[in-house]
Design a protein around this ligand. Structure first.
Ligand SMILES: Nc1nc2c(ncn2[C@@H]2O[C@H](COP(=O)(O)OP(=O)(O)OP(=O)(O)O)[C@@H](O)[C@H]2O)c(=O)[nH]1
Length: 172
C-alpha cells in the first residue's frame, strides 16, 4: 500500500477494488425467486420472508480468486414483465427462474427471455442470462396443461442449452 497526500491507494501486491455485479432474478410469481435468493445469501432455506417484497441484497463473493461485490435484485413482477426498466437498466446479468412443477411458470419464462433478447438488441450489448428450473424436489408433481402432454418428461430445458440450469433450492 502506498500513499499520496495521506490517501491510501492500491499498490503492487494489494487487492484491487472488488468488481461490482448487479444480478436481477426474473420469473413468474411463485417460481421460487425469493426462496432462491434467500438461500443463496444465507446458504439455507428460510420459509419466513415476505414473498411480495421486491428488494435488493448485497453480498461479498469471491469468483476466480477475485473479490466481487454482488447485488441481487429479487424482482416481483405480477404475472408478466412490468415496468422492466428498473431492472433492465440496472442489471449486468439475469437469472430467469421457473418452477419445474408449473407449466405456466415454464411458459412464462419465455416472455422474460424475449424481453432480454430485445434489450440486448436495443442496447447492442450482450448480457449473461441463465434459465433455471427450480423446485426439482417437486418434479413428480409437474403439471402439464393439455392431456397430450401428460406423459412428457419433467419441464427441464435441454441439457445442451447454453443458458439452462436446473436446481432445487431445497437441495444443497
Ligand atoms: N418444494 C419447494 N418449494 C419451494 C422451493 N423454492 C420455493 N418454494 C416455495 O414456493 C413458494 C413460492 O416461492 P417464492 O420464493 O415466494 O416465489 P417467488 O418467485 O419469489 O414469488 P413472487 O414473490 O410472488 O414473485 C413458497 O411457498 C416457497 O416456500 C423449492 O425448491 N421446493
Amino acid at each position: 500500500m502506498s500513499s499520496v497526500f495521506g490517501k491510501p491507494r492500491a499498490g503492487p501486491g494489494t487487492h484491487s477494488a472488488p468488481l461490482e455485479v448487479n444480478l436481477a432474478i426474473l420469473g413468474r410469481r411463485g417460481a421460487g425467486k425469493s426462496a432462491l435468493t434467500v438461500k443463496f445469501l444465507t446458504k439455507r432455506f428460510i420459509s419466513e420472508y415476505d414473498p411480495n417484497l421486491e428488494d435488493t441484497y448485497s453480498s461479498e463473493e469471491t469468483v476466480d480468486h477475485q473479490p466481487v461485490h454482488l447485488r441481487v435484485m429479487d424482482t416481483a413482477d405480477p404475472d408478466t414483465p412490468r415496468n422492466c426498466e428498473r431492472y433492465l437498466n440496472w442489471a449486468h446479468a439475469f437469472l430467469v427462474v421457473y418452477s419445474v412443477d408449473s407449466r405456466q411458470s415454464f411458459e412464462g419464462s419465455t416472455s422474460y427471455l424475449e424481453l432480454l433478447a430485445l434489450h440486448a438488441k436495443e442496447t447492442q450489448r450482450g448480457y449473461p442470462a441463465l434459465l433455471l428450473g427450480n423446485k426439482l424436489d417437486m418434479a413428480q408433481y409437474r403439471i402439464a396443461l393439455g392431456s397430450h402432454r401428460a406423459e412428457e418428461e419433467p419441464l427441464l430445458p435441454p441439457p445442451e442449452s447454453p443458458w439452462s440450469l436446473a436446481t432445487s433450492s431445497f437441495l444443497a
